[in-house]
Design a protein around this ligand. Structure first.
Ligand code: XMP
Ligand code: MG
Length: 180
């Protein structure tokens, strides 16, 4: 595995190896399979970043689980006080009475999750929680802390394993940190 990679115009160094990631994903799937046993579980994975994590996590689940990939779209609107209205695109599964687990690649400030939660609550699930591969506790200022975290990391920019810099680097099988 490369120790250093160039993505677009920046240099990144290896931070979490592919095998460390897969071991952690395995352990998350084990906890989730125990916690949600005998429940109707739906993964709601946020695109684009979470596609690789969602796929690997899904493969290790040992209980029945549905999945829906959604995109958060923000646009300026006159209806909201913040001037920004966000909608969820692509949600097709019926969530009512089910246990929803939001799958994120990274929770940074937590603002994305704060936008997504009220949208999902409209569908009357019986519970909603967040599972994120990466969490930046020092940057977090959201309302809802993720219930399941793969790795808590410092407040530095990372790419790989679905995460991008200028839309590139998502294909890297490991996670790399911006070289200072
Ligand atoms: P918030 O701040 O809303 O962040 O919790 C959510 C989204 O911001 C992107 N993000 C990153 N993407 N490296 C990335 O490639 C990072 O270090 C990083 N931090 C935040 C990401 O799309 C995430 O879903
Ligand atoms: Mg993302």
């Amino acid at each position: 595995m490369n120790q250093v990679v160039k993505v677009s115009d920046k240099t990144f160094e290896l931070f979490i190896s592919e095998s460390e990631i897969l071991m952690e994903v395995n352990s998350l799937a084990k906890s989730l399979s125990e916690h949600y046993a005998n429940k109707e579980l739906v993964f709601v994975a946020l695109l684009n970043g979470s596609f690789m994590f969602a796929s690997d996590l899904m493969k290790q689940m040992t209980i029945p689980v549905e999945i829906s990939f959604v995109k958060v779209s923000s646009y300026s609107g006159e209806l909201s006080s913040s001037g920004e209205v966000s909608t969820l695109i692509g949600l097709s599964n019926d969530l009512s009475g089910k246990e929803v687990l939001i799958i994120e690649d990274i929770v940074d400030t937590g603002l994305t999750i704060d936008k997504v939660l009220p949208q999902l609550q409209k569908s009357n699930p019986s519970s909603i929680a967040v599972c994120t591969l990466l969490f930046k506790p020092d940057a977090f200022k959201g309302k809802e802390k993720p219930a399941y975290v793969g790795f808590a990391i410092p407040n530095e920019f990372v790419v790989g394993y679905g995460l991008d810099y200028n839309e590139l680097g998502r294909n890297l099988p490991a996670i790399y940190q911006l070289k200072s």
